[in-house]
Each structure stands twice: as structure tokens, then as C-alpha cells.
Ligand binder design. Sequence first.
Ligand code: ZN
Length: 238
Amino acid sequence: MRLDFGAERVLAVMAHPDDAELLCAGTLARARADGATIGLCSLCRGDKGKSPAEALPADLAAVRRDELTEAAGRLGAEVFFGGIGAAELLVGPERRRRLIAVYRRLVPTLVLAHAPGDYHADHRAASALAEAASWFAGSAGHRTEEPPLPEPPAMWWTDTVDMLGFEPGFYVDVSDYLSLKREMLRCHCSQLARGADADFEPLEALMLRQAGTRGAQVGVAGAEAFRIHTAWKRIRAW
Ligand SMILES: [Zn+2]
């Protein structure tokens, strides 16, 4: 079976500016190649970064915004910034409204969001916000400048970072897009510095290992794993 994203509008809702490269950028690239409209939303500014604290530039949020804009440009995705401070991503009505507005601007038919049990508190909160917004964005009672979605988008949970505790429901072959994933990751220059920190595996090595492992599980060079969110009105036939 070959998925065809041609008629879709796909929005990835990620916590941090460099999460998509690891978890779903290959799938977004495939969707784009099929003719889909794609969007990439980073809820947090990423202003605390992964570099050693003494190496953080004062304007890290601006740096990371530029890095994400460049990476999204390589992908051909419209980019959305949540503008929330890193490690401050809590679920609440104001943040929910902000994400509902993003949904109503892109009008997604499919949302890719962090798995509910991923390792980072921001990822788990982003997961809950993406899920809540997928319902409320279609509800006329929740007013924003844009009109409500005609129907809630389908949702897929992305793999967890380093595949821990995640049972894949299906895999997307992204073998043809590994070089694009690497190219996008290299746009996040501020984060690549962490390769010099013994506490962190370089991001590129982590990305290639995860894509390669998921690929090996299904007999292709590279894959991204997902699970379908089986909730009312967010699930549909493909
Ligand atoms: Zn993250």
C-alpha cells in the first residue's frame, strides 16, 4: 500500500524548533512531494537550548527562529511560531487558543503531534495541546479571527525521541528524504554545538540512528514511525 498525501494539508505541531527533523520531517517532505500543503509549528521558542549554558547567546530565541525559518524553507513548509518560553509549555486556555488560531490559518486535514508519553515535559504538553486544539478548532463556540475548521483533522502521534516506549502502528518510508532531514537539521547551528558536550549525543547521529533503526525494522533505508490517534472524528479511513 502506498499512502498518497496529495489531497492533504498536513500540520506538524512540535514543542521545539528542531523536533520535526528527528520525528516527522521525512513524512512532511513526502507529503509535499505528493502535492500536499504542509505547515510546521514550533510551540516553544527554544530559548534555553541544548548547548552548555555558558555557550548560549543572549538572543537565542531570535537565532532559533531564524534557524527554524530556514529549515522550514528547505521543506517548503509554512512556519508557525507559538512564542512560548522553553520549559514553560503548560496546557491552558490561552495556549490552546493560540494553537486553535494556527489550525484555522492552515486548515489541516492531518496533524502530526508528539506521542503523549514522550520524554520531555514540553513534548507531553505539546501533545495534549495539539490533541485539544484538533477538536476545538472545529467548534464554532471557540472564537478566533479565522472561521472554525469544517471538520476536525485526523491525528497521528509521532515516534518518541530515541524510540523509547513507543509501539509503532505503521511506518512511512522516508529513505529518499534522509539527506533533506540532515540538511534541515544542519540549519539548527545553535543546537549542533551540543556535539561537543559529552552529555549529549550529536543530534545528527541521533536522527540518523533513529531513522535507520525504524527503517531496518521494515526493510527500508530510513523510516518514521507513527500511531493513529483513535479518537472520535479524529480517525478516518485512508
Ligand atoms: Zn523537543
